[in-house]
Design a protein around this ligand. Structure first.
Ligand code: HEC
Length: 253
């Protein structure tokens, strides 16, 4: 009985020591998104700035293999701009007789390639972690774009008593707090053509807007159709009611 009590006490101690190792993540911050709600639409200027952040920062580690250069038309890029963007990125070329391929400039129908030749190469670079593909990232995590925004703003010095192993970084929003991604943004990491100051929260908001568009390229169109359908139904209801009044108008009550 005594040993049991002792064991229970030891377990209690061990458990009470646990929270230091696995800290609770705080609730996600409240963030306003232009695309929220039934009438929300994607802010094209923000999405274009976000594309710039992806291209200049995130694409060094993250692929986007389901997003094609031509899809950039959805946030206002012209065919000429898209052709130029595609040509500026090296994509895997057609395989030769030995099955090897050398990189060639991209075409509008190509997707954003992985910067790592193989999964193993990515794992070797990040102590076993792999930068996930960003095509569907904005839908994959609970909180969606708000989670992406939070992670990018969530890097902190570790609290006293927590040791961060090499190749890991302390992030308050990452489950378990130790993330293999080095803080990718710092103030001024990009220079925006429209003069918007490139602070970390600004770039995080822009790139999360862009990644929302990447994962939901037809969201705006879907909502527009939805609004038209509702307006049409309201019109038909009114018409039906007027017709009913007309048909019954000669009948004595
Ligand atoms: C130097 C390489 C590098 C760069 C640059 C980089 N990432 Fe990452 N990212 C990683 C790695 C590695 C992981 C996997 C982390 C892990 O599992 O611990 C990751 C994971 C993530 C995650 C997932 C977190 C989770 O909960 O699993 C998000 C979101 C993310 N990155 C967003 C971005 C965005 C947005 C950018 C550009 C602003 C970016 N990353 C730039 C390496 C990078």
């Amino acid at each position: 009985m005594r040993t049991l009590a002792l064991a229970a006490a030891a377990l209690g101690l061990a458990l009470s020591a646990l929270p230091a190792a696995a800290q609770e993540t705080p609730p996600l911050p409240r963030v306003f998104w232009s695309f929220e709600g039934p009438f929300g639409t994607i802010d094209q200027a923000a999405a274009q700035r976000g594309y710039q952040v992806y291209k200049q920062v995130c694409s060094a580690c993250h692929s986007m293999t389901q997003f094609h250069f031509r899809d950039l038309a959805g946030i206002g890029y012209t065919p000429e701009q898209i052709a130029a963007i595609a040509a500026s990125v090296q994509v895997p070329g057609p395989p030769n007789a030995q099955g090897q391929s050398s990189p060639v400039p991209g075409k509008p129908a190509d997707a954003f390639p992985s910067p790592f030749p193989t999964q193993a190469a990515a794992e070797a670079a990040f102590n076993g972690a792999v930068p996930p593909d960003q095509s569907l990232m904005a839908n994959a995590f609970e909180g969606g774009p708000t989670y992406i925004y939070a992670i990018l703003n969530g890097f902190r010095n570790p609290p006293p008593g927590i040791t961060v192993p090499p190749g890991r970084y302390y992030n308050i929003y990452f489950p378990g707090n130790l993330i293999a991604m080095p803080p990718p943004l710092h103030d001024g990491a990009v220079t925006y053509a429209d003069g918007t100051p490139a602070t970390v929260p600004q770039m995080a908001h822009d790139v999360a807007t862009f990644l929302y568009f990447v994962a939901n390229p037809h969201a705006d169109q879907r909502k527009r159709i939805g609004v038209h359908v509702v307006l049409f139904l309201v019109f038909v209801t009114g018409l039906t009611y007027a017709l009913k009044r007309k048909v019954w108008s000669d009948v004595e009550h």
